[in-house]
Design a protein around this ligand. Structure first.
Ligand SMILES: C[S@@+](CC[C@H](N)C(=O)[O-])C[C@H]1O[C@@H](n2cnc3c(N)ncnc32)[C@H](O)[C@@H]1O
Length: 271
């Protein structure tokens, strides 16, 4: 039996709308993406296999929003938006819709300004272009869609949130990966078993959205305000915490950032 038959038949038997459902299950098992109560945004979601898997994983305590060019048959507990993710207007609608759903479920007041970072825990994109059969063109279009998803994820994700995007492997994959890597703690590429063996698709899986004002390698001058329980000096950069070993409260030091986490980072003192 070929891979195609196995996952196709399983999807039919288990009531999933697409064999793609198993790719998301495998990505989730591999990378630990979704848990109970999470807010998940699925870009390129029709016919809805990923939406079904996401709703199972986040349970009724979570929130799932799906977007596609095509209409998506209703799924209990899923909000859908029909539109083209390459259009600014759709991206705005998606951001507003996630914010609206979040406001309803968290019961917070209405009318607040859109915050600098979003509220979503995970943004997933399985968007794929219509295939022309000309590989370099199909590759370029898939990278473009993945970039649209990436840019939208930067607005949607809360600090520490995760991002997944499908891309057809090719010459621009490494540049895309490097750009994603700048904005997350780390990024991996995964080829799920449920992808057809012949498929050149892979998934960029980025963990830990970084929203702090510094990046690895930055050098800057900081004031040490306090000393943490491990004995490292603590500096604040626009409210973001940097730990600097070998410093004391009251020091003003030149540092290089060595490691950046979503909510704090580490820096070394320069001579
Ligand atoms: C492989 S299918 C997604 C399958 C889905 N993950 C599932 O499990 O059912 C790719 C989807 O991307 C959508 N898509 C492609 N380009 C898009 C765009 N510019 N904006 C929104 N959706 C797009 C297509 O309409 C198609 O439904």
């Amino acid at each position: 039996m070929t891979g195609k038959d196995e996952y196709y038949n399983r999807a039919k038997q288990e009531g999933y709308r697409s064999r793609a459902a198993y790719k998301l299950k495998q990505l989730n098992e591999d990378a630990g993406l979704m848990s109970r109560g999470d807010t998940v945004v699925d870009l390129g979601a029709a016919p809805g296999g990923w939406l079904q898997v996401a709703t199972e994983l986040v349970s009724e305590e979570g929130t799932v929003v799906g977007i596609d060019l095509q209409s998506i048959k209703p799924i209990d507990g899923v909000e859908t938006v029909r539109g083209d993710m390459t259009e600014e207007e759709t991206r705005e609608r998606v951001i507003d819709s996630v914010r609206e759903v979040e406001r309803e479920t968290s019961g917070s007041g209405s009318g607040a300004e859109r915050p600098a970072s979003g509220e979503a825990d995970v943004v997933i994109s399985d968007m794929a272009p219509n295939m022309t059969g000309e590989y370099s063109l199909d590759h370029a279009r898939s990278v473009y869609l993945a970039r649209m998803a990436f840019e939208t994820s930067l607005e949607l994700l809360a600090p520490g949130g995760d991002f997944v995007a499908k891309v057809f492997e090719g010459q621009d994959t490494n540049d895309l990966r490097a750009d994603i890597d700048e904005e997350f703690e780390y990024v991996r590429t995964i080829h799920p078993k449920a992808s057809r063996d012949s498929s050149s698709e892979l998934y960029m899986v980025a963990k830990g959205r970084l929203t702090g004002p510094v990046r690895e390698g930055d050098t800057l001058e900081v004031d040490i305000e306090d000393v943490g329980s491990e004995g490292d000096g603590i500096a604040k950069v626009d409210g973001y915490t940097l730990f600097v070993a070998g410093t004391e409260a009251g020091d003003t030091v030149e540092v290089r950032v060595t490691d950046v986490k979503p909510r704090y980072g580490f820096a070394e003192r320069l001579a």
